[in-house]
Ligand binder design. Structure first.
Ligand code: CIR
Length: 278
């Protein structure tokens, strides 16, 4: 067993924004397959362009490498048109790994391959059995506390099972019901944890009681898609085309990398869902 590959490091030098943060060393990624356009979507943005999706995916991979990560690049899997969105298949922490049971029936089989890839790095893999349903896109880790979205994809049973596993490793968690929040598929479609107790949120989530103790960075109306940004070591990956948000991140001291995400947005995908970091 490889043990945990994430370590906690003090980053005191250039990173004025962060007292400490968790360093990732690896990420699992999987490019979209040729039938990517047959995946699930609630968006009305037209069909994704496959060639452009591959280019955007490659740029995303290069950005993760710039952040110092070693990538585990899986082959595309056309049995599962949504399988590029690997984040939904597992919850990986520095203490434990929990395989999910994706809420969309067409995606349940994606987990098997991810289990094989993750297994060497953890002493044990836990899972979410029926009647639980859980997508990784609904799970946001905020330094030892997990915000868990109850959504169309993640039910209470799944959330409770996850909470049980996390508690057994000393993590706390809380639930945020997003079933009534329009235009977001997952909790992290509208939220991201940065560092220093700072939570990026869309307006529709900002009043949640669960967020009362965080410093909220509210995303301007019209730039909601940008909320799904990703802190990877000392950089923040964010979607290109949202200048107000990017300016705000820079003003807060973050080193940003903007990435074209149009072909993933068309399929309801955010930036975080294209990788599993650990
Ligand atoms: C789906 O509906 O499952 C995919 N088309 C999109 C999943 C996006 N995942 C994520 O944001 N974590």
């Amino acid at each position: 067993m490889g043990g945990h590959t994430r370590t906690r490091l003090w980053l005191r030098n250039a990173c004025s924004f962060s007292d400490f943060t968790t360093m990732f060393t690896k990420a699992i990624v999987r490019p979209p397959g040729r039938n990517y356009a047959e995946g699930l979507t609630t968006m009305n943005l037209g069909a994704p362009n496959y060639k452009r999706a591959l280019q955007q995916h490659e740029a995303y991979c290069e950005a993760l490498e710039q952040c110092g990560l070693t990538l585990m690049r899986l082959e595309p899997d056309e049995r599962y048109p949504d399988s590029t969105f690997v984040e939904d298949t597992a919850v990986l922490t520095d203490r434990c790994a929990i395989l999910t049971r994706p809420g969309a029936a067409s995606r349940v089989g994606e987990v098997e391959k991810i289990a094989d890839v993750v297994a060497p790095f953890y002493a044990e893999l836990h899972s979410i059995p029926e009647p639980g349903k859980l997508d990784g896109g609904d799970i946001c880790e905020a330094e030892g506390h997990f915000l868990i979205g109850i959504s169309e994809r993640t039910n209470k049973a799944g959330a409770q099972q996850l909470t049980g596993w996390l508690a057994s490793y000393g993590f706390s968690s809380s639930f945020i019901d997003i079933t009534g929040v329009k235009d977001i598929l997952h909790l992290k479609s509208g939220l991201a944890y940065l560092s220093d107790n700072r939570l990026v949120v869309i307006d529709a989530l900002a009043d949640s009681h669960e967020f009362r103790d965080y410093d909220l960075v509210r995303v301007t109306a019209g730039e909601e898609y940008a909320a799904n940004c990703l802190l990877v070591n000392d950089r923040v990956l964010l979607a290109a085309g949202y200048p107000v948000f990017e300016g705000r991140m820079r003003a807060l001291g973050y080193h940003t990398i903007a990435l074209e995400m149009t072909e993933f947005q068309k399929m309801d995908g955010g930036l975080s869902c294209l990788s599993l970091r650990f």
